[in-house]
Design a protein around this ligand. Structure first.
Ligand SMILES: C[S@@+](CC[C@H](N)C(=O)[O-])C[C@H]1O[C@@H](n2cnc3c(N)ncnc32)[C@H](O)[C@@H]1O
Length: 382
């Protein structure tokens, strides 16, 4: 059995389903820690010298991806990883499908005991989320089969336990614990009283802001109703007074200059070129002067080697991540300064992962290939 929280709104599996799910996680770890390093050796010994001779310089990440894709070993690795992703959604989908009504009823019984939930059933879903099944997840983040459905949120909780390979703790909240603690220690004067997490999904990386800043009002927003219902039930089960809202991060409805800290975790790379500047403009509008915007995602390509950047090729070509390469390859400093922030107020850092370091997790067995979390952001000028 995977280590998972014990909520009555999280589905249970049969013996065989849990064995299949466990297999997915073990295979994910094996592919990441054992097999991927062999691909690096293949690159160093064979592909890199060939590309260097061909171009007369070190290859860039696109050239590396293209060349590596033609290698049989890479193709096998891509196939195994893709199949594992589909197997993971198939097994968790089977569990959730037959328990969906019960889970929704159990979640609803928790509602209202802590924090709040505000849904907007008529909210228009952004086209960039409805046009594709992101991560190959059938129905994406927003699928809602019946009124009160929480299935997509429940599935997210089970699948990140597989996908993150246990690297972020049982609640999959190490990124936010690490970020909130970093903000508190490196910016002691900030003392946030109102915090917003954009693209919060099930709130796993929202709740730690309430634990680290207990005096603050903490809000999480997302466009997905089923994820937010799950997030609210989960926060109630954990006794966290956090407020969830179904709104678009491009236009949140919060007041001008009403927030001290705006954060996100892996939102930017799933956002279209049209939406991205609008979200940054909204962050600028919402922040008080001196307030901080901090987005956590995988490292930008200029902060890692071209080979490391080429490892994102599988996500872009096989895992339905159409915006990822463009976002990781752009200058976020330019993006932020084109949308309201001063260029010299740009923030960029690798924040040590508290759980990852405490447990000394192999960087290969983390989704970001690192024991740190990469953050970028900016401070709003006074
Ligand atoms: C990768 S998930 C974020 C995961 C979560 N923050 C975590 O730490 O596990 C991206 C989320 O952003 C949401 N999202 C994408 N575009 C959005 C937008 N314009 N406004 C609000 N939420 C958005 C999606 O519905 C999805 O739940």
């Amino acid at each position: 059995m995977l280590p998972l929280p014990d909520y009555d709104f999280l589905p249970t599996g049969t013996h065989d389903e849990e064995a299949r799910e466990h297999f997915c996680r073990n295979l994910a770890v094996k592919l990441a820690t054992d097999i991927r390093p062999h691909l690096k050796k293949l690159y160093d010994k064979k592909v890199k010298p060939r590309l260097a001779a061909q171009h007369g310089r070190d290859p860039n990440f696109r050239e590396i991806s293209k060349a590596m894709r033609t290698e049989a070993n890479t193709q096998i690795w891509y196939r195994l990883r893709t199949d594992n992703q589909d197997r993971m959604y198939s097994v968790t989908g089977d569990m959730i499908g037959r328990q969906a009504q019960t889970l929704a009823a159990n979640a609803a019984r928790k509602f209202g005991t802590h924090g709040s939930l505000s849904l907007a059933p008529d909210l228009k879903m952004p086209r960039h989320l409805t046009e594709i099944d992101i991560h190959r997840k059938p129905g994406g983040y927003h699928l809602e089969a019946f009124e009160g459905d929480i299935s997509t949120g429940a599935q997210y909780e089970r699948t990140i336990a597989v996908h993150n390979m246990g690297s972020q703790g049982i609640n999959n909240d190490d990124p936010a614990h690490s970020m909130a603690t970093w903000v508190k220690t490196t910016r002691p004067n900030l003392k946030p009283t109102k915090i917003l997490d954009m693209g919060c999904t099930i709130g796993n990386n929202t709740l730690p802001y309430k634990s680290v800043f207990p005096e603050a009002e903490v809000h999480g927003i997302d466009v997905s109703g089923p994820c937010l219902r799950y997030a609210h039930a989960r926060a109630c089960a954990l006794g966290a007074d956090v407020h969830f809202h179904q709104v678009n991060a491009e236009e949140t409805g919060f007041d001008d200059e009403s927030l001290d800290l705006i954060v996100s975790r892996i939102l930017l790379h799933e956002t279209s070129a049209k939406s991205l500047p609008l979200i940054i403009q909204e962050c600028h509008r919402l922040l008080k002067p001196g307030g901080l915007m901090l987005h956590c995602d995988a490292p930008q390509f200029n902060a890692i080697t071209p080979y490391q950047a080429s490892l994102r090729d599988w996500d872009a070509t096989c895992n339905n991540e159409p915006f990822m390469l463009k976002v990781y390859d752009m200058s976020l400093q330019d993006l932020y300064s084109a949308n309201g922030f001063d260029p010299d107020a740009y923030v960029e850092s690798f924040i040590p992962g508290l759980y990852i370091n405490d447990q000394n997790i192999d960087p290969n067995a983390t989704p970001g290939f690192s024991q740190s979390y990469f953050v970028t952001g900016a401070v709003k000028a006074h």
